[in-house]
Design a protein around this ligand. Structure first.
Ligand code: SAT
Ligand code: MN
Length: 590
């Protein structure tokens, strides 16, 4: 810990292991200078000033958006690149059919060629960071080396950067090594490589979000999921939220949805006026690390310290907390600008864009003004609903796990798994329409088990087995649910209003956990009957509600057949328990 002697030691001398690695990276990249990041406000100010001077950041209107700046990424570098993302385990089977794979030697050689001399004109930044509350035994540590000051600014917001992290690395001795360079931002020379067996990441050629902020998806999900398997816990693509009912009881739930499906909105949900007495507390909006506790419950921490959220659609109606939170000390990426230099995005009912996300005069024939995957980066401390328990080193106990996807049809509003084992099948069955968070076609349904398809650092078959193993350790496992806020009618209109109204569904779940709510059994799990949901003040017709809560056997038989075909690609590695659960569901649908 921070002894007086330690405080005097320069960062570069705290950990010989880190220093040696930095020296070898400097040798490879030929970096002009080295900057050890301490994560201080002064450092943020200094780097921001430098980027403003160089034109890499644009200041936003200080009257309405004090402390806010805009970054524009290269037009071909606006989302995660799953087709260029690899898991490099010694055996290809360990990466599984769910991942692109490259042999570690080959991947290292390829990346060495890219990194060689790439920082000649640049400063090398060393970012020691902690994922999770700094004093939590559940937290893990990493060091990212990057040549992008924009990445440094983001990492300082998104993780706990600085001396304390480096001190823990020096005492614990292990850390995840993440090497990043923006290279030439050339999509042809871009790779995101993961070496879970070596706890290391090498990322080249992109400056964007999940490709470049290595603490986030690369470390906290891909590498951590692998680590979690050996250590007996789970690293998941889940928000964590505390719900306090009118009686004053707070329960925490963890929800897995694919990117850009509303995790941030749900994590900061504002209860509708027609549900008085409810309060909502955000623990995390994207990633949960879940550990079986000595009490037989599942405990969760949010490894992150900030939000890297989708901007479009954020407004006082959809997410008042986020809307307020991003009006100060926020880094915007790829939004549009108004005439008086305020950030603008689709979904705002005020203001008018004059400059688009690429800095050109706005022309609606060229598409949206803000990029659909434009983002805000902001400290969690700015969130009005930030949970006082978010910094608790023990984490929070989880009462329910919720899986979900974006589905026009088939999936009902909500259903409950019969038990943990059935819940693993429910999670493995998640499918969702693709979004702008990843490069590729938007709106096509793809299988996205546990919303982890882009993020699981090893073979999904082994991952599902690990889910069964973790469940077996829990004397008091959370209940497991599936939700779909995105059902549409024949006219393509949403059947469910979503946002704050989603609390009605969550309230039903918590009542189920407490043994106070009814349900009806179906082939795929238990659903609320319309009378089991609190519908006071809800503007949804009885017909729509019935449609939302109906399981159509024919479309579900088709769904489950697709599920079987999907699972069969995992061959003999597929857990017997999962096959058993699938057979039970098939039998119930027959
Ligand atoms: O680009 S990120 O991976 O950080 C955001 C997301 O896709 O969820
Ligand atoms: Mn995400």
């Amino acid at each position: 810990m921070a002894t007086a002697a330690h405080m005097l030691t320069p960062l570069a001398q705290l950990s010989p292991a880190v220093a040696d690695w930095v020296a070898s990276v400097r040798e490879l990249t030929q970096a002009r200078a080295i900057h050890w990041c301490d994560g201080s406000d002064a450092e943020t100010r200094e780097l921001t000033t430098k980027l403003l001077r160089e034109g890499e950041l644009k200041p936003l209107n200080p009257e309405f958006f004090p402390g806010c700046n805009l970054a524009r990424s290269a037009a071909s570098d606006v989302a995660r690149v799953e087709h260029l993302t690899y898991i490099c385990t010694r055996s290809q089977e360990d990466a599984g059919p769910n991942n692109h794979w490259m042999a570690p030697d080959q991947a290292h050689a390829k990346m060495r060629d890219l990194f060689r001399g790439c920082m000649r004109e640049r400063t090398l930044y060393v970012i020691p960071y902690c994922m999770g509350p700094i004093d939590s035994p559940l937290s893990r540590f990493g060091v990212e080396i990057t040549d992008s000051p924009y990445v440094v600014l983001n990492m300082i917001i998104m993780t706990r950067v600085g001396r304390a992290a480096l001190e823990r690395i020096a005492t614990d001795g292990n850390f995840v090594r993440g090497l990043h360079s923006i290279g030439e931002l050339d999509p042809e020379r871009r790779f995101i490589m993961h070496f879970p067996e070596e706890l290391s990441i090498e990322s080249f050629g992109s400056g964007y979000g999940g490709n470049a902020l290595l603490g986030k998806k690369c470390h906290a999900l891909r590498i951590a999921s692998y680590q979690a398997r050996t250590e007996g816990w789970l690293a998941e693509h889940m928000l964590i939220v505390g719900l306090q009912n009118p009686k004053g009881e707070t329960h925490y739930i963890a929800c897995a949805f694919p990117s850009a499906c509303g995790k941030t909105n749900l994590a900061m949900l504002i209860p509708p006026d027609s549900l008085p007495g409810w309060k909502v507390f955000t623990v995390g909006d994207d990633i949960a690390w879940l550990h079986p506790g000595a009490d037989g419950r599942l405990w969760a921490i949010n490894p992150e310290a900030g939000y890297f959220g989708v901007v479009p659609g954020t407004n006082p109606e959809t997410n008042r907390n986020a809307y307020d939170m991003i009006r100060r000390d926020t880094l915007f990426t790829n939004v549009a600008l108004t005439a008086d230099n305020q950030p603008w995005w689709e979904g705002l009912s005020t203001g008018k864009p004059v400059i688009d996300w690429q800095g050109r005069p706005y022309d609606p024939t060229r598409g949206p003004a803000a990029h659909p995957n434009s983002r805000f980066t902001v400290s969690a401390k700015r969130n009005p609903s930030y949970s006082p328990r978010a910094e608790d080193p023990r984490g929070v106990p989880i009462s329910a796990i919720v899986f979900g996807g974006r589905r026009r049809e088939v999936a009902p509003l909500v259903y409950e798994a019969r038990d943990w084992k059935h819940g693993v099948l429910v999670g493995a069955s998640v499918a969702s329409e693709t979004t702008a968070a990843a490069v590729g076609q938007v709106g096509v349904v793809r299988r996205d088990p546990m919303a982890m398809q882009p993020f699981c650092g090893y073979n999904f078959a082994d991952y599902w087995q690990h889910w069964f193993n973790v469940g077996a350790k829990l004397a008091r496992p959370p209940r497991i649910y599936h939700v779909n806020w995105f059902r549409r009618d024949a006219q393509n209109k949403f059947l469910w209003p979503g946002y704050g109204e989603n609390l009605r569904v969550l309230a039903w779940m918590l009542d189920r956990c407490a043994g106070n709510a009814g349900a009806t059994d179906s082939a795929i799990g238990r659903l609320p009957r319309p009378e089991d949901l609190n519908t006071t003040g809800l503007d949804v017709s009885a017909d729509a509600l019935r449609a939302l809560l109906t399981v159509d056997p024919a479309s579900w038989r088709k769904e489950v057949a697709e599920m079987r075909t999907y699972l069969e690609q995992y061959g003999s590695r597929l857990p017997a328990e999962l096959v058993e659960e699938l057979k039970i569901t098939e039998g119930r649908l027959a």
